[in-house]
Write a protein that binds this ligand. Structure first.
Ligand SMILES: NC(=O)c1ccc[n+]([C@@H]2O[C@H](COP(=O)([O-])OP(=O)(O)OC[C@H]3O[C@@H](n4cnc5c(N)ncnc54)[C@H](O)[C@@H]3O)[C@@H](O)[C@H]2O)c1
Length: 289
């Protein structure tokens, strides 16, 4: 996406074959974006590839960079280690972003000399088709670094959403987990079959929220948000008070129910992922229009 938007990109990996594999995947993604008319700038695949190189030397990868996006394994220990290395080698202006989905930057950047330019910039999978990117500064992240990250995300066609403070799970997973908890309870309590939970989303709430979020929807579902609250607040409270405790997500009988439903619905995992990508590509095109 960076290359597609015209940025010069250097990827760093731990060995030469992974560098080459990464570059191959970038080419594949650029071709896909071109085919789907979803490129993030005016460049063709070949032009964008002219801006992409790779290295196994972290110093070289960081040299002269305005922005670094760390996307290594999801582990606090590992993030601490890689950010310590990046901190030693980074130029004095580089914004140092982590893709981490769950680990606040304050847990792995506190001791770094460049901590004022460290933050989380969390994309959503698959980012070629879902443009949301959560931006979560640590308490010590400088405003200028946040603004730079926001601007770069806009420049590559992403939709940055900034959190004002660190919170466990950030925004995406907090909302996602709330939905997963109730989906789980509905199956566990025998209210819905697993496939019907998915239909409630895919044929109802999912498309409804694809263009307007839940608060926007509240506003439109009555004569404005004040009217919605006057009419429905008591009902909301009654239903919310009826929710059971949080699931452990380890209850074998629920896992078994969901798993047997999924075995019927997904016979080829890779094909199902490809189908999801194709559908999201169509939706992304529609949203772009
Ligand atoms: N996969 C997703 O859907 C997704 C979405 C958003 C954010 N993220 C976040 O992105 C990060 C990476 O996730 P992933 O699923 O791609 O993980 P992954 O395990 O598939 O990939 C990790 C990559 O890090 C490389 N690596 C290993 N050791 C390294 C080192 N010492 N230095 C540099 N690179 C090294 C590996 O070769 C590999 O390419 C995680 O923090 C994850 O939370 C993932």
């Amino acid at each position: 996406m960076f290359a597609s938007a015209g940025y010069s990109v250097c990827i760093f990996e731990i060995n030469e074959s992974l560098v080459q594999a990464g570059i191959g995947r970038i080419r594949g993604n650029l071709n896909t974006m071109q085919k789907d008319s979803l490129t993030r700038g005016p460049l063709t695949t070949e032009e964008a590839m002219g801006n992409v190189r790779g290295t196994i030397d972290l110093r070289e990868a960081l040299h002269g960079a305005i922005y670094a996006q760390e996307s290594t394994m999801e582990s606090e220990v590992f993030k601490k280690d890689i950010f310590t290395k990046i901190d030693l080698l980074a130029d004095s202006e580089t914004v140092l972003a982590s893709s981490t989905s769950t680990i606040p930057a304050s847990l792995f950047t506190e001791k770094l000399k460049n901590r004022g330019r460290c933050l989380v910039v969390h994309p959503i999978n698959p980012p070629l088709y879902l443009t949301l990117t959560e931006i979560i500064p640590a308490p010590w992240t400088e405003e200028s670094a946040v603004e730079k990250a926001v601007q770069i995300m806009k420049n590559i066609g992403q939709t940055p959403v900034r959190l004002h403070k660190e919170v466990l799970g950030f925004a995406v997973n907090r909302l996602q987990y709330a939905l997963l908890a109730e989906s789980w309870r509905l199956v566990k309590d025998g209210v819905l079959e697993a496939e019907d939970v998915d239909l409630v989303m895919s044929e109802g709430l999912g498309p409804r929220y694809a263009f307007q979020g839940p608060l926007h929807t509240m506003h439109l579902n009555a004569l404005g948000i004040e009217d919605y609250c006057t009419r429905y607040a008591a009902g909301l409270r009654r239903v919310l008070a009826d929710f059971g405790p949080n699931p452990t997500f380890e209850e074998p009988e629920v896992i078994e129910k969901i798993s047997s439903s999924m075995q019927k619905r997904v016979t080829d995992h890779t094909a199902a992922l490809d189908e999801r990508k194709a559908n999201l590509a169509r939706l992304a095109k529609l949203k772009k229009e």
